[in-house]
Ligand binder design. Structure first.
Ligand code: GAP
Length: 441
């Protein structure tokens, strides 16, 4: 029987994330701001590692280039994209307890799920999810702009800029990581659904008629990426969209879902967006968005396969998946450990002198200086070795390196593996090579 147990409830993860410095509630000293979260020192390292892996997986390819578009865009962009008229959720309130619901998430023939009142709902209203703000000193409608609800439109409006300056031939993609904002009616489940979040999106422009084949390739690529990040394959699944749930711009779509503690939820969407966006921007801007195929002497609007994953939601899946409670119930052996893929782990090694004796600290400091030049590391001298191991387990540090009194004679250190808890004695001179081998990805 396995002695590992998985995350049972989101509140266990929220507690660990706060206690260990991964994620804090935004503006906590003022009581917090609903659904807004701040990345703490380990959270930001983890998230940066995740984003860097995504960026590399996209832009090391010959056929994908990156951009970083502005969050604020011309308001007509959102008219053209359909967001002004169509990016809304149906909303109802309970007239008794005032709780607000997304009408498509509850059965309105049943009593209010919060207070149990019968027939207490208001009429369903459509609520646009885009945040509005003012640009410049004049606070009138002419200065109104939106915070982008998806990063994708920054890519569509730059399609020709990128294609011509990079001299790209179809098929090719444009990748981007950036913040997006949605005034969600029911945010929640920690960082699963928030009003400010980050997306990692890639739009792949293809010749019309080849979109199905391209979508299959991207589905395979994206599934592999999640598994290579360490997500257990049995915790992810495909959730294809039927005709009823397709977005207005798509002719096919499928999600990759992760089994979060509250149930299966969308982590990434892979959408076949047709030429909808380019066509709309062509119409609204009056600019010709055609791709010119010089070889075949053709001009046309490309079709688009989009891969869109929330950095924060993917991070949540990584956190949930990495969390293990081992030997639960045995006070001597119980430990919680974050089994992050080594490439994602926020801290790669912890250097631990066995005691604060100056001879040990001298060797440890030198080792720390050498190792931390290549790997984000911690120097940890406080508390018993057992306690220090537990702390490093909880932040997911793959290797702890202990400097003890024997080190002064044999010039070797003990390297303890997070996952197996086995220990190896390695000569100090070989530590860099040992780590190079372990962090080879
Ligand atoms: N450009 C297409 C698009 O934005 P989406 O399915 O609305 O598609 C893509 O969003 C991904 O963005 C989702 O799979 C999810 O990971 C993330 N996402 C969407 N809304 C979010 C929210 N309120 N909070 C956190 N992540 C969100």
């Amino acid at each position: 029987m396995s002695n590992e147990s998985n995350l049972k409830s989101m509140s266990d993860l929220v507690a660990l994330c706060k206690q260990r410095g991964f994620v804090f509630q935004s503006s906590e000293i003022y009581g917090g701001l609903n659904s807004c979260w701040d990345m703490g020192p380990y959270g930001v390292e983890l998230k940066n590692n995740l984003k860097a892996r995504w960026w590399k997986s996209m832009t090391l390819r010959q056929d994908v280039v990156g951009i970083d578009a502005s969050i604020l865009m011309h308001p007509t962009v959102w008219k053209a994209s359909g967001h002004v008229d169509g990016f809304s959720d149906p909303m109802v309130d309970c007239k008794v307890c005032k709780e607000r619901f997304r009408a498509d998430n509850i059965d309105m023939t049943k009593p209010c799920p919060k207070c149990g009142s019968k027939e207490s709902y208001t009429d369903v209203r459509q609520f646009n999810l885009m945040f509005k703000t003012q640009m410049g000193a004049m606070e009138d409608t002419s200065s109104m702009v939106y915070l982008r609800p998806e990063t994708a439109q920054g890519i569509f409006v730059n399609f020709l800029n990128v294609q011509t300056t990079m001299r790209k031939k179809l098929p090719f993609g444009i990748a981007q990581i950036g913040k997006a904002f949605r005034n969600e009616i029911t945010p929640g489940n920690f960082i699963f659904r928030t009003r400010e979040f980050e997306q990692m999106e890639m739009q792949y422009f293809v010749k019309p008629g080849t979109q199905k084949e391209s979508m299959e390739q991207w589905k395979e690529t994206r599934w592999k990426w999640h598994v290579e990040n360490g997500l257990r394959a049995e915790k992810i699944k495909w959730a294809p969209h039927g005709p009823d749930s397709l977005a207005h711009y798509a002719d096919a779509a499928t999600d990759i879902e992760y089994e979060f503690p509250m149930g299966w939820g969308e982590m990434e969407g892979i959408h076949s967006r047709t030429d909808f966006d380019l066509k709309q921007h062509q119409e609204f801007s009056g600019k010709n968005m055609n791709y010119v195929d010089q070889v075949n002497n053709e001009k046309y609007l490309p079709y688009v396969i989009e891969t869109s994953v929330g950095a924060d939601r993917c991070l949540l899946a990584i956190l949930c998946d990495a969390y293990r409670l081992e030997n639960a119930g045995d006070p001597d052996k119980e430990r919680s450990v974050m089994k992050f893929h080594p490439a994602l782990a926020p801290i790669k090694t912890a250097i631990m002198p066995l005691s604060k004796k100056s001879e040990l600290e001298e060797v440890s400091n030198k080792l720390f200086e050498d190792v931390s030049a290549n790997y984000k590391s911690e120097y940890d001298v406080a508390g018993s070795i057992g306690k220090r191991y537990r702390r490093q387990d909880e932040i997911g540090t793959p290797y702890c390196i202990t400097v003890d009194f024997d080190t002064l004679n044999d010039h070797a250190v003990t390297i303890r593996s997070r996952d197996t808890m086995t220990q190896e004695r390695i000569g100090i001179a070989n530590v860099q090579n040992y780590l190079k081998d372990k962090f080879k990805f």
